[in-house]
Design a protein around this ligand. Structure first.
Ligand code: ATP
Ligand code: MG
Length: 233
């Protein structure tokens, strides 16, 4: 058995630490009790569209990125993960691969560390960096302690192996990431994920920036575009 396979086998989702679902009051999140309200309905539709793509191809890991900052990547990653986790037999993990402006820990009001970077640097084991949030099947991996060179860390073989392990243990893995325009983190992550969803902020994202973003992802599977019309902060 390879080291990755051993780690995957050791990751028992039932034994992971469970924390309450108590998101930040500053964030608008899917509410399972109000399926017809914003943004539950929109993310339900996105989940259905994604399910069609999943049925056609083997898609487990989905990168969320966008051309520029503040377009709603983390908002979309958290909400899509919540919508996915509502389905039966669909354990869903959302990971904060934005090591520059990490925010999943704030959205879910969790500790940032231990998280992804701590695992990649060998300072924490996998079960220590994944938390089950609430009573359903949503799991969150926060970004971990800040690092000086995020891109270097993402280039490690360990990152690729981690994504393989995660996709063998979860039905859906959503990766939040930095914008394409500011660093190459998301371009690299797109080569490791099964596909990417691009977020655009209606009325803010420029068409030429979107064109460049798609071009920069090149062959790497753009699954679709999320048109985010929400208010800016
Ligand atoms: N559709 C929406 N409805 C309400 N609030 C939204 C919506 N989209 C984004 N926001 C809010 O706008 C702010 C910026 O969104 P978010 O942090 O998701 O952007 P981002 O693309 O991840 O930014 P960054 O590039 O800094 O990582 C957040 O406060 C978020 O809660
Ligand atoms: Mg973000």
């Amino acid at each position: 058995m390879t080291a990755s396979a051993t780690k995957a086998a050791a990751l028992n989702l039932d034994l992971l630490r469970t924390v309450p679902f108590r998101p930040s009051p500053n964030t608008v999140l899917v509410d399972p009790l109000r399926p017809l309200e914003t943004p539950s309905e929109e993310f339900g539709t996105l989940r259905t569209n994604l399910a069609q793509l999943k049925a056609e191809r083997n898609i487990r890991t989905v990168l969320i990125t966008s051309p520029s900052g503040g377009e709603g990547k983390s908002f979309a990653a958290a909400n899509l993960a919540l919508a996915e986790a509502q389905l039966a037999n669909n354990p869903t993990l959302v990971c904060d691969f934005d090591l520059r402006r990490s925010s999943l820990h704030r959205i879910f009001q969790l500790d940032r560390s231990p998280g992804l970077t701590d695992y990649l640097l060998g300072r924490a084991e996998l079960p220590e960096v994944i938390q089950k949030v609430g009573a359903g099947s949503l799991f969150v991996m926060t970004a971990g302690a800040p690092v000086v060179s995020p891109l270097e860390l993402l280039h490690l073989d360990e990152t690729r192996r981690l994504i393989e392990i995660l996709s063998s243990r979860f039905r859906t893995v959503i990766l939040d990431s930095p914008p394409l325009g500011s660093a190459s983190d998301a371009n690299l992550l797109a080569t490791l994920a099964d596909g990417a969803l691009l977020v655009t902020r209606l009325g803010a994202t420029r068409v030429d920036a979107m064109g460049l973003a798609i071009q920069s992802l090149g062959q790497n599977n753009v699954l679709g575009i999320i048109a985010n019309g929400g208010p800016r902060p």
